[in-house]
Write a protein that binds this ligand. Structure first.
Ligand code: GLU
Length: 499
């Protein structure tokens, strides 16, 4: 009988959804979807001081935005709930009682200050320190006295002698000498479980079959394996995936720039592009395949395809994926995505919302810009000149490009030539040829007219390829913008009177 795989993503809501976390969630999700399994979302919020509802909401919305849906967890519930650890404290207490009763755990009355003193004394002698089992060796009578005196106590796991081994799908076989493992605390004196206990108890209760998580948890896993054994529960398969590093080979952090899913969303990356990019951070579908739809990823995903080497976050690669995924979208889909940005920039018009000439015109602009856009706001920046009624000239652009003796005349000549072009010859190569021949006939450099036309069309000194833009702008709009420039130039003080 084959068991349905059950995987989980178990974030601690102490910060934003980091892209490392998103990648872990994605690998779990891909595996579950590949094998018709169940993907569980569990919120590890036992650290009540550092967790907050807002952070939980942020994690949920980040996952939803990425299209990583969960079969059990917050909002959908399921047979193994609740899915917030803060609501499962009783389960941990029961497990601890079981571990104490079976001799796998013991009470520890050592107070933090005493432990600190002993640790420091050992460190002063340059000796490594592990819990010295002071409480394991106390007599039953002494323990009973401490207990009845109401001294706060933690519960520690009694690490057995021997060695602990597990097979990691990514890292291979891992074995440690138990002598290197501290008798770790499983229940704190305030009744809260530690991560080691709660994660194992929940993974057992939730029947998790595969634990896929960051490599930073590899060193915790021997403790978890010991807990599984002590609880008489079969351990799941473990797969520890490489952490994500920056280009400087240091662990990805704020210093490297954006690291949270929300930031990438805000910057105008597409969820499909981010998912494609994240999937390939540490995993390879083989055959150098890179551009993958979600379905293709699900079809191809294997844990064996996850490499043990470091995954390096490459912003340029993400940009490449985003451009490619933008190109895959229909103009209509892009319009829907950029509508809020257009509204924010006051460039949105009601008539764009429904089928008609205006929307078609907007779609043709989007199609022109599609191959140039890296992120969604690029459509706003490059599209602005097309969408505004009137262009205002940036003072810098005026100073740099418009203070040329006789410019108004040259521009008028260009406007007339453009007006004389037949509508079906109003294409970028004709536009360029006409401009160059006007410049020649007037013995000026083509650059003078090119720069002035760019300011006329956009108000700035930068634009996507000028002639393509002019082509799309159309004859009427182009000639009226050139005319506006002539007027502007006529209103300026004569150049020779400028000091
Ligand atoms: N709450 C832990 C974390 O966010 C979960 C680790 C695990 O998957 O076991 O790192």
């Amino acid at each position: 009988m084959s068991v349905i795989p059950r995987l989980r993503f178990a974030p601690s809501p102490t910060g934003l959804l980091h892209i490392g976390g998103a990648r872990t969630a994605l690998f779990n999700w891909l595996y579950a979807r590949r094998h018709g399994g169940v993907f569980v979302l569990r919120i590890e919020d036992t650290d009540t001081r550092r967790s907050s509802e807002d952070l939980v909401a942020g994690i949920l919305s980040g996952l939803r935005w990425l299209g990583i849906d969960w079969d059990e967890g917050p909002g959908v519930n399921g047979p193994h709930g609740p899915y917030f650890q803060s609501a499962r404290l009783e389960n941990y207490r029961v497990a601890v009682d079981q571990l104490v009763a079976s001799g796998h755990a013991y009470f520890c009355f050592c107070q933090p200050e005493e432990l600190k003193e002993r640790r420091e004394a050992a460190q002063a002698k340059h000796a490594g320190w592990m819990y010295d089992r002071a409480c394991l060796h106390r007599s039953d009578k002494a323990l009973a006295q401490l207990k009845s005196a109401g001294i706060p106590h933690a519960i520690r796991f009694k690490v057995p002698k021997g060695r602990t081994r597990f097979d990691d799908v990514v890292r291979g076989s891992i074995e440690v000498d138990n002598a290197t493992i501290d008798d770790f605390v499983i229940l704190r004196s305030d009744g809260r479980p530690t991560y080691h206990l709660s994660v194992v108890v929940d993974d057992v209760d939730m029947a998790i079959t595969h634990v896929v998580r960051g490599d930073d948890h590899t060193s915790n896993t021997p403790k978890h394996v010991l807990l599984y054994e002590a609880l008489n529960a079969p351990p799941p398969k473990f797969a520890h995936v490489p952490l994500i590093f920056g280009a400087d080979r240091k662990r990805l952090s704020k210093r490297h720039g954006a690291t949270s899913v929300a930031e990438f969303q805000h910057m105008g990356y597409l969820p499909d592009a981010l998912v494609n990019f994240l999937a390939l951070l540490g995993w390879s579908p083989g055959e150098d395949r890179e551009m993958l739809t979600r379905d293709a990823m699900v079809q191809a995903f294997t844990l064996e395809g996850v490499s043990g080497g470091n995954a390096v976050f490459d912003q340029k690669k993400l940009d490449w994926f985003n451009s490619r995924h933008i190109e895959l979208l229909q103009a209509d889909e892009i319009i829907d995505k950029i509508q809020p940005l257009l509204e924010e920039s006051r460039l949105w018009r009601e008539e764009y919302a429904s089928v008609g000439d205006s929307r078609t015109w907007l779609a043709s602009i989007i199609n022109l810009l599609k191959s140039r856009a890296t992120v969604l706001p690029d459509f706003i920046e490059y599209g602005r000149p097309f969408l505004v009624d009137e262009v205002t000239y940036e003072p810098e652009a005026v100073k740099k490009r418009l203070l040329v003796v006789g410019l108004a005349d040259h521009v008028a000549a260009l406007r007339e030539a453009y007006a004389a072009l037949e509508e079906d010859r109003f294409d970028s190569s004709s536009l360029e040829r006409v401009l160059r021949s006007i410049a020649d006939s007037r013995s000026i450099k083509a650059g003078v007219l090119i720069h002035a036309t760019r300011v006329a069309m956009t108000g700035t000194t930068v634009s996507p390829s000028l002639f393509e833009m002019v082509e799309l702008m159309g004859r009427a709009k182009t000639t009226s913008r050139l005319k506006a420039l002539e007027q502007f130039l006529a209103e300026q003080p004569p150049l020779d009177s400028l000091s």
